[in-house]
Design a binder for this molecule. Structure first.
Ligand SMILES: [Fe+2]
Length: 148
């Protein structure tokens, strides 16, 4: 197993994606106010994309050998992200999700910069896809917030 796979806990990243998928659904359902018509479908597009990336990552973890974590308590224990607040305002939801994507982007950037990954092309490709999606989505979410 390559150093990057050993150093980056792929199971933790998977748990982060599942928790963010769930939190995005919660925001999709609970969003209120004048931004509803814009954010309700935007959140749906984001959790759909997250579902596809989480599925790719889960199958990649299986291809490397380990079982994929599968219970809510495992996800909560493994995940590195803050929990969503179901009664937050629209801007608070958007900011919390943006912070989560920035955290995932930063975690992946750190490990790609520090761990040797010469023999982990597929892992690096998948991490790069998740990193790229996270950066783009953080920008999309941030663009929905009042600019100062
Ligand atoms: Fe829906």
């Amino acid at each position: 197993m390559s150093d990057i796979v050993k150093q980056f806990k792929l199971e933790r990243l998977f748990a982060d994606l599942v928790v963010l998928w769930w939190d995005t659904k919660l925001c999709h359902w609970n969003i209120n106010g004048h931004q509803f018509s814009a954010l309700h479908p935007l959140f749906e597009a984001q959790y759909t994309a997250l579902d596809q990336l989480a599925d790719k990552l889960a199958e990649h973890i299986r291809a490397l050998g380990p079982k994929v974590p599968g219970t809510l308590s495992e996800y909560q224990k493994l995940a590195n992200l803050a929990k969503a607040n179901p009664v937050a305002s629209a801007d608070e939801m958007v900011l919390a999700l943006k912070n989560d994507y920035e955290q995932i982007h930063s975690d992946i950037q750190d490990v790609l910069a520090s761990a040797p990954h010469d023999n982990a092309v597929v892992t690096v490709d998948l991490l790069t896809q998740i990193c790229s999606f996270s950066l783009h989505t953080a920008w999309v979410l941030g663009s929905n917030l009042p600019q100062h």
